[in-house]
Design a protein around this ligand. Structure first.
Ligand code: SF4
Ligand code: SF4
Length: 363
């Protein structure tokens, strides 16, 4: 499959081990995948481990998501030389990218970013250019990661649509195979060129049992019922202050989040004044400057910044884009240096609101 993609001019981006984590990088051959690896994840904890078998996709998401490729952390948006302001922006050739091995939650996150960066009122031309020539081969999850909760956000463990091909890795005792499903004409054509046999009832049963197991063993849940209204009503809940006392304001959670899209611009001029450029770079609602308006920041406290982040993800996003801004990938929990857990915070706000309601009722 990889050879067929390469033959057709696709640059393949997929999971690879680098610096003790799984990242997304260019894949040349199947040996580049993290074969025989798994991972252990928890709040503020990530460790790569070895598996007893040679599963190719036997791990869950690492710190990077396709956002790093489609909405890059830094992008030159304008550059010019003194007396030559014609070169408005860097004209780089855009590769045709095939994402191989991204997870259902990551595909859902791309579709969510599309709502913002393609169809939103402030579309992004660079994102739109990158988004044009993509091929998605999604790998469904047969096991849950230590911090994920995609079953609560309807983003996994199996992808339903939006892919060209989906794959489910099935491993028996002497049997290692992939159950493939085409989601587009291009996917069908690629599938037809591969050595394959028709799917059997047994294959479907086996994959169904895997997904059920992944859902059952997902260590976290997010109760989304009435969540938007709940958060809007709880803007003064004391829990925001409690979490703010632990939060370092580092912005790791927004960097690793596959749906966070905020950015700022920075201007750079050479010391001799001969050239200048403007760069767009990721920003975070955890930085004080992020809300700087007319001589001051409107979110001065850690409490207001954490509340903004979580309320936007789980409530205001629904008003803006008709969906949650969270796909339950768990990255913000794993990569938060103090292990703040968005599911725990949402549950704590719900429970304190319910307690207050009960007390008010007794009065
Ligand atoms: S908020 Fe956290 S769990 Fe939700 S998509 Fe972002 S990183 Fe993943
Ligand atoms: S919640 Fe965690 S990751 Fe996010 S800014 Fe606070 S300390 Fe950093």
């Amino acid at each position: 499959m990889l050879e067929a993609l390469q033959h057709n001019g696709w640059t393949i981006i997929g999971p690879k081990v680098q610096d003790g984590v799984i990242v997304l990088d260019e894949i040349q051959s199947v040996d580049d995948f993290p074969i025989g690896y798994s991972d252990r994840q928890g709040p503020a904890r990530y460790r790569l481990t070895r598996r007893a078998n040679k599963a190719v996709f036997g791990y869950n998401v690492g710190p990077q998501s396709p956002k790093a490729v489609l909405h890059a952390a830094r992008k030159v948006i304008w550059r010019g030389k003194k007396n030559d302001l014609k070169s408005q922006e860097t004209a780089e050739p855009l590769p045709h990218i095939a994402f191989v091995g991204i997870r259902p939650c990551e595909l859902k996150a791309i579709l969510i970013q599309d709502d913002v960066l393609l169809r939103g009122p402030y579309g992004d031309a660079f994102y739109a250019a990158r988004r044009k020539n993509l091929f998605f081969i999604v790998v469904n999850c047969g096991q849950a990661g230590g911090t994920c909760f995609c079953a609560s956000t309807n983003s996994g463990p199996k992808a339903d649509s939006g892919f060209d091909l989906s794959a489910t890795e099935l491993m028996g005792n002497d049997d290692h195979r992939f159950l493939m499903q085409a989601g587009s004409r291009r996917g069908e054509e690629l599938l037809a060129s591969l050595p394959a046999r028709p799917v059997t009832e047994e294959d479907l049963k086996e994959s169904g049992a895997l997904f059920a197991h992944a859902v059952e063993t997902m260590g976290r849940t997010l109760d989304t019922h009435g969540l938007k209204e709940l958060l809007y009503q709880q803007l003064e809940n004391p829990r925001w202050q409690e979490v703010a006392e632990r939060c370092l304001g580092c912005g790791n959670c927004t960097s690793v989040c596959p749906t966070c899209f905020c950015s700022t611009v920075e201007d750079w001029t050479s010391l001799d004044g001969s050239e200048a450029r403007r760069e767009r770079r990721w920003d975070s609602c955890f930085s004080v400057d992020f809300s700087y308006i007319h001589g001051g920041s409107i979110r001065q406290t850690g409490m207001s910044r954490y509340r903004q982040w979580m309320t936007h993800k789980l409530a205001a996003w629904q008003d803006q884009f008709g969906t949650l801004g969270c796909v339950g990938c768990g990255r913000c929990i794993t990569w938060c240096p103090v292990g703040i857990d968005i599911t725990e915070e949402a549950a704590a706000i719900r429970s304190s609101a319910q307690q207050k309601e009960a007390l008010d009722g007794n009065d």
